[in-house]
Unconditional design. Sequence first.
Length: 411
Amino acid sequence: MSLTKKILIALILGVIVGIGFTFVSPEVFSPVDTYVLTPVGQIFLNLIMMIVVPIVFVSIVLGTAGLGDPTKLGKIGLKTISFYLVTTAVALMIGLGVAYVLEPGTEGTFDVENAEFEAESTPPVMDTLINIIPENPFEALASGEMLQIIAFALFIGIALAYLGEKTAGIFRLFEQANELLIWLVHVIMKTAPYGAFALIASAIGDAGLDAIGSMAMYMVAVVLALVIHGAVTYSIAIWGLGKASPIKFYKGFFPAMSVGFSTSSSSAALPIAMQSAQETLGVKKSISSFVQPLGATINMDGTAIMQAVATVFISQVYAVPLEFTDIILIILTATLASIGTAGVPSVGLIMLAMVLQQIGLPVEGIALIVGVDRLLDMLRTSLNITGDATAAYVISESEKRKEANTAESAK
Ligand code: ASP
């Protein structure tokens, strides 16, 4: 059986078993969760997290060195960031539109009186951007500071490209390290069906279905907006800009989406997302290895959608009307918030506090959506990594066409 099929079965079984757990007493669920599901899920998570930093570092060095010319890198960087900003803005508009049409906060009863939420201090996005160049690259590698790792790897890659023959040994070493890491991804992915099953069953069993209750409409709004963005925006990009079939894209990228879904972490899904893009979708390595790690760090369309719907939902629950200027402010701050969201579970919710504070909505409103956020996080993370792969695919296809045209005119 193919890995994709196995993962699909694991996903479905995980959902069924997870829902089953919500009907049994905690005395039954708790030991199964503690001694079976959580350890199996955690081992799978650790296995993939183990290779995230090395793979990001090594593949960006190689990708940059492979591109050779830093101006080419600059152009690709500009295209990537423009694609990310435009798609995030579209995602936010879809989220806002769906929330306005479905009005999830106007029907039902919400326990506003007892809602309490302590806003954690959110990392200032500007500081993150300013500190992109690490003072100590080894500290950045050790603590998994993704943007700093990307910056350091870019410098090394550019230097290797300039030095050419002089550093051919180091270049070769990176190539071999890359081979080794890709081999490990393949091996680790063999455990994905078991890991995904355990993580999903545990997450659903933990969240319970009672939490859904009056939040059903909010969940429908978030899911609908996620589906529209995935099915329409990305398909248009793949078809219009990439001149390729969205169905083929989704089929090829499915294993990565399922890992994003089960782990709720863009970072954890990165190794398999890059492997799927390069091997199954034929994205150029030099492009995938730069565009996807950057996207896993700063491009979170699914998170932006949740933040847009949640903001409108909270404004409706607390009956605070939003002006047109508030809408613009939501688009601006939620874009920044999603850039600042780290690719790990639940951070999008913490960053939502920043959006609410900006437009003067009660941060306690977050308490209302906490209960269902774990489940939505799974779906939005899937979309987050799909956005990154779409960018890599579209940019790679356009580069391939450019190269073919140049070769053609050189004849
Ligand atoms: N879990 C999301 C991710 O890793 C971030 C979030 O929205 O919480 O992409």
